[in-house]
Write a protein that binds this ligand. Sequence first.
Ligand code: SPV
Ligand code: MN
Length: 620
Amino acid sequence: MEIVKNKCIPGNFEKFAQLVNPAVIEIVLDYVSLCNPKSIFVCTDSARDREYLRTQAVEKGEEIPLAKSGHTVHFDGYFDQARDKGATKYLVSPGEYFSKYINNIPKEEGRKEIRGLLKDSMAGKEMIVCFFCLGPLYSDFSRLALQVTDSYYVAHSEMILYRSAYEAFRKEKPDKFFTIIHSAGELEGAVSKNVSQRRVYIELKDNVVYSINTQYAGNTVGLKKLSLRLAIKEASQSGWLAEHMFVTGINGPGGRKTYFTGAFPSACGKTSTAMLPDETIVGDDIAFLREKNGGLYAVNTEEGMFGILQDVSKKNDPLIWDALLNSPEVIFSNVLLTKDGKVRWLGDGGPMPEKGMNFSGEWVCGKTDLQAKEIPYAHKNARYTVNLKVLENCDPAIDDPEGVNVKGIIYGGRDSSTWPPVFQSFDWTHGVITCGASLESEVTFATLDKEGERKFDPFSNLDFMAIPIGHYIKMHLEFEKKLTDPARIFAVNYFLRDEEGNFFNAKEDKHVWIKWMELRVHNDVQAYKTPIGYIPCYEDLNRLFREVVAKEYSKEDYLKQFTLYTQRLVTKIERIKNIYHGLIEIPSLLFDVLQEQRDRLDEAERQFGEVIAPDVFIKG
Ligand code: SPV
Ligand code: MN
């Protein structure tokens, strides 16, 4: 304790003392002696403490101020630009098993390794101790979390993204909370030097995640995906759901508002769906869901967005564009910083820049890397960090401790050939199995994997699934029993392409699909009952295209987009079945429901051939 007291910067030991929380003290003591920081800063909810983090982030070179006050740029290291799935592992006890998709390492070995890497990792640096709440403060949905880090950028990002909870810790004195220990490790300039020693290790039993030798927020901002893994485990034990989902309010006829959640893998249109013009956003990335009085309710665990910049343009994402221009506080990461203190990102609609500073250092047009590959002016995974509450379209219910009542759930992936742009499952079970559990997506730049490859990503949550997939599916199936009027489950695909590789749809078309889903939730429009689920009727889409995006929608376009190719759909079912056959403890219902879908497709093919326009089916 004396050591902690001596290392605390003036006035900070008292902040600890006021918590009167032995669990917090014990953790901090442990990591102070292990990581050996030069000093300790304890962050309360005060404006002064928040200002300290902002100032230090700039002073230590982790962020660079932009021309607009309150806006900064952060660069991660050249090889530290996305979530590192390979280096992310669960610490498992003997006999514990997840699945082949989930990396793990024997507990003792992993602990030894990570503690070895953390040893003296904060030498010469300050340890920052922060307190946050996942979800609205003082809500049944929410979980408290303690973050220890030596990166002001990480702490500053969290301050923008999460509800500060020093007071909540002081009042509630929890002995159970999520703990995230992060060190950027040895630095070169302001970035992590030893990225080959990057590790993200998860210890489910004690609710701890360790992260070292990395700064990229997906690996370090502990309240995001690191805590999601802990939450999934806890949810599975307590009958609620922790999901990689946005939450958004969609306005319907007669002034009603219908809440949707949507699970999409990274970089598949999740944030832009959550931020549609004239609708209201509750959250864009992580939701906790519970049943209450027979209804499905959701909260956003965050209060900000760590969003992708690539292709955000004034035309396609007007609300995000405005947020980036006008928010009082924004951190841009891995963009191009120009000499007039402005930023550029790929697909921002501007001319090709000539020079500036980017994730590779000083950049000039034509600069190449060691493999002679041209370095783009900004990284594809360049991001922005903003608070939602400063946005005009932030839903007033964002802080409601009761959550919002969800009526529709959407699953979407990046699929160039198979799923139509939007359809509705027959019921909850059918949706869970043929949409959620069957989700696949072509890999994007948001993880360090090979781009373009089609990957199985059930519920868009595979990367974070801290329990065996079979348990996760069972949990979703059983959840329905608690609901008096289960939410409708939909699937979308914004990435369908023609033979030449051109997208069938414009970006704004997603707004039409979700308005159609809103009408379906309330049984306001009919749809064709096809072998895969309900598909929109042309007349309804034609009207919605005019009303929502002021576009003429031709029957020809409709047929191109919604025609079913039975062979592609059957191949997908077989692919998914094969994957599940290779896993353990998968509910047999999953195979039955997939087989029924296959049978329906076979029957339709016998009747109508392999290429079927939706309007041959009856309306229901
Ligand atoms: C995602 O990649 O799904 C994100 C960003 O939302 S992060 O998980 O933080 O890398
Ligand atoms: Mn995400």
